[in-house]
Structure formats: C-alpha cells, structure tokens
Design a protein around this ligand. Sequence first.
Ligand code: PLP
Length: 381
Amino acid sequence: MLRDTYVEINLDHIAFNIKNIRATINDKTKIAAVIKANAYGHGAVEVAKCVMENGADLVAVATLTEALELRIHYADYDIFIMGYTPSIYLDVVARNDFIQCIFSLEQAIILSELGDTTGKPVRVHIKYDTGFNRLGFKDSPESIQCIQKIIQLKSLEVEGIFSHLALAGHEENQNQFNRLKQAIDQIENNTFKFKYKHICDSISAIDYPEFNLDMIRPGAIIYGMKSFRKNDIELKSTLSFKTKIYHLKEIDEGDGVSYNYKWKAKKQSKIATIPVGYSDGLPRSMTDVGMVTIHDVRVPIIGVICMDQCMVDVSELDEVAVGDDVVIYGDGTNNSITIEEASEIAGTNKNEILSRITRRTPRVYIEDGKVKKIVNYLLEG
Ligand SMILES: *Cc1c(COP(=O)(O)O)cnc(C)c1O
C-alpha cells in the first residue's frame, strides 16, 4: 500500500445495504444508486459494480467527469448525470450514451441534433424545480409549454422527469411532491408518458414510500448513513479510516504543540504523531475537539491539525508504541468514533465527512472478510 493511512471499505456491507433498500421499496420502483463524489469517498469504480450486482438498476453521478470515470470501466451500465453539463460538452454525453439531466429547450435541441448524428437518441431526464431553487425548470405554465416542445424532438428520448426535495418539513415536502405531480399531469397525454418520475433521495425514499414513484435516488443510505425522521431500515457501516503511530515523544509541562502553540502541555505528556491531516480529509475544524481511538481508548487530537499530520495526547495509555493502529473513524465498535459523531464534532454533516476523504488516501476493499483489492489513486495511470 506504501502508506499506513487508508480507508477500509466493506463491500459486503454495501451489498447488504443496497439489497435491503431493494427489499424495502416497491418491486417496480427502480434504484438509481447515487455514487457521486467518488461514491461518498468509498471509490465510485468499486462501489458501482457492487451496487449494480446487488439491486441497483443504474448509477447516478453529479458531473460529466464522474460519468466518464465510470464509462471507462463499465461499457454497458446506465449512467445518469444528475447535474448540469455545459452545452459545449454535450457531444461527450451523446457519444458515451449517458443519461443527462436537462432543463432548457436549447440543450434539448443540441442533444436531439447530436442524437441525429450518432443515430442513437440521447436519453434525458427533465429536471423540474418544485421549490429547492437549485436546478430545474421553474414551476410555471411557460415551462410546461417548453417541456411539451422538448418531448416532440425526434432524436431525444425523454425518459424521465425529476425533482429534489428540500426536506424542509412535512408540509413543504408534500407541497413539492404535489407540484411535480401536477406538472406531470399537464405534460403527459395519450401518446406520451414519462417512463421514470422521481423525487426521492435517501431520507425521503424511506420516510415517504408514497413519494417513491418509478425511481428513487438513494445515496447516503447505501453507505449506512441514517437520518430518517419517521421510518427506519437496517443498515450496516461501510467505511473505516485508519492509520498508525509514526512517532512518539515525551514533552514537559508548558511545551507547545503544532502551529502557534495553540495547545500547551499542562503537565508532562506523551504525544504521538499520526500521518493524517486535513488534506487527507480529517477536517481542520476538529482542532481542539477531535479524537481518535488507540487500543480501544479515545484520545484527544491536540494542537492545530496540519496538512499531512496531527498530534494526539496518549499520556493515559500505558503501553503505546510506534506502529500501533489508530482508528480515525470506525463503526462504533471498540470505542471508535463513527462518521455521525465525527460530523457532529466537526460541525458538519455525514456526507461531507465521507466525501472529503481525498484520493491521497488508498482504499482497501474487504469482501468475504478478506482484502479483495487496494486502490491507490496516486499510483494509477
Ligand atoms: C446527492 C443527490 C441525491 C442523493 O442524496 P442522499 O441524501 O445522499 O440520498 C439524490 N438526488 C440528487 C439530485 C442528488 O444531488
């Protein structure tokens, strides 16, 4: 692996989670497994295969480059780009047979013309803004007219329409759902029906089964993250972040540690240096409040977290040595800090903690209890 700081990913647990999502929702509802942001830090290429073999119908990403990374490995997966792709790159969408989110007549025309050239209609999902105010056609009669024009275009396959919930509250969710339904009712007719209508992310897919429609777009729950407000399903933890002690030293009372001596020893202390810093994905905001687990004991991160390293106070550990294992985030067993706790400590959310683990950190994939594969991004290509 050439580095002691790594992320361990349990593919059996990802498989368990996607199977359980599949078992929980209606049989007819498709699952677009969201694997954007390098599958929330887990590695999109490996996760794509795992979810497609265990219940997902297609994979969804945010950007064209994320879609291209997957296409290199999977010639025949359906890959849905949920975000905006600038018009100058739409030829790449057509050539790679991606499913593209659109919300303008201009882009629909460009894609239809590209479909003419390649001889294969480009598949699109219309994004309809029901109140998130991020992307999508504004909820208006003009937009409905525009979408009616789009569905007439010859080399465009308008297979879906979707929206995204702000999850602002029960009433707001219901209101957004109703707006999508009303728009669909105005667009669909005897000759045209959307194959896939969808609005649910992880939380709403489970909390609002009545909103599932033809497709759901779960992300966080694939990775074992729960934020439900009403319902629940069993999910397993999928990722741990680990390293080893690189250096140990005794320091005296009054000695400072790290930049600006923001932390100073109140007594003689034993300090360990670990090779994980904010550029690996350990939030710098954990300075003063973060912890890691060594020999099943939580010890505090002390001083300012550096780019590549940080220091921990191991004074309370009797036996500690260079090379000892350190758990940065784990599944909660053996006193490890979960992603959920880490997010609270860092003052952010779970998805940010996961998706910010960078590509400098190798990914180690576990399947059937054994190491299946190691991905070291910096040594690839
Ligand atoms: C990220 C994303 C999702 C998945 O969200 P989770 O909360 O992780 O389930 C679904 N839909 C869209 C449009 C997204 O951008």
